[in-house]
Design a protein around this ligand. Structure first.
Ligand SMILES: C[S@@+](CC[C@H](N)C(=O)[O-])C[C@H]1O[C@@H](n2cnc3c(N)ncnc32)[C@H](O)[C@@H]1O
Length: 217
């Protein structure tokens, strides 16, 4: 990801403006947690993010998100590292306890309408960042392929919250009977524009109001 795309993504998803950050050489800070969410894009050098359950090594152009309360340590080698760092308030705590906090709400306690409105506002940027993602991320393609193999050719599958429909289109390409639904009209609009071959397979719809009984059982 470029610094420009990172900055636009931060603005779109409620992060503060990214600030340039230097990580000194051979730094091995103790494990710690923040009471805010943080995201970092590496610009130079290598940053090793050590979590309680895994280690992620970030090269230039790679980013990661550290949710509030997550124990972690950002470590460097002899060359140190330089990056862009952005923070935002801990959204889960602000919503009163996470995804299951309120009946009928989604993550952060927002309603489906609020979520849709937010995704409508970033739909073009989202498509710019992710529409061609499957061309570049082999692990995602392999994951989808193993799902397709498991359900078998022609199986009817639902991509709920499909965004611009790139995964729906890929499932279709692999021979499944794939339908994508998303409550954000702008996401579906982009999908219908980009994947004209099967536009009727994408529909504007909230996950809880699916018109297909087989999927709502
Ligand atoms: C992070 S995007 C993921 C898009 C796509 N699945 C992908 O892999 O890139 C989440 C999508 O879920 C949609 N969404 C969120 N809550 C939804 C709901 N209750 N019903 C339908 N779509 C929903 C949003 O509008 C958004 O397009």
């Amino acid at each position: 990801m470029s610094p420009d795309a990172f900055t636009r993504e931060c603005a779109a998803f409620g992060w503060a403006d990214p600030v340039a950050t230097e990580y000194p050489p051979d730094d091995q800070p103790a494990m710690h947690a923040h009471d805010f969410d943080a995201t970092v894009l590496v610009l130079e050098g290598e940053l090793q993010m050590t979590f309680e359950d895994r280690v992620e090594v970030l090269a230039p152009g790679e980013k990661c998100v550290v949710a509030a309360g997550t124990q972690h340590s950002e470590q460097t080698g002899a060359a140190g590292a330089r990056g862009l760092l952005a923070t935002r308030a801990n959204r889960t705590a602000a919503a009163g306890g996470g995804p299951k906090a309120a009946e009928g709400s989604t993550v952060d306690g927002a309603t489906v309408e609020e979520v849709s409105e937010a995704y409508d506002g970033v739909a073009e940027l989202y498509a710019e960042l992710f529409l061609n993602q499957l061309d570049h991320v082999e692990i995602d393609r392999n994951l989808i392929r193993s799902f397709a193999d498991r359900v078998g050719p022609g199986a009817r599958v639902l991509d709920a919250g499909c965004g611009p429909g790139h995964v729906t289109a890929h499932l279709d390409h692999l021979g499944l009977d794939a339908v994508g639904v998303d409550s954000a009209a702008a996401m579906i609009g982009i999908g219908q524009r980009e994947f004209r071959r099967a536009p009727s397979r994408l529909a504007i719809c909230g996950r809880s109001r699916l018109p297909m009984p087989r999927f709502t059982e």
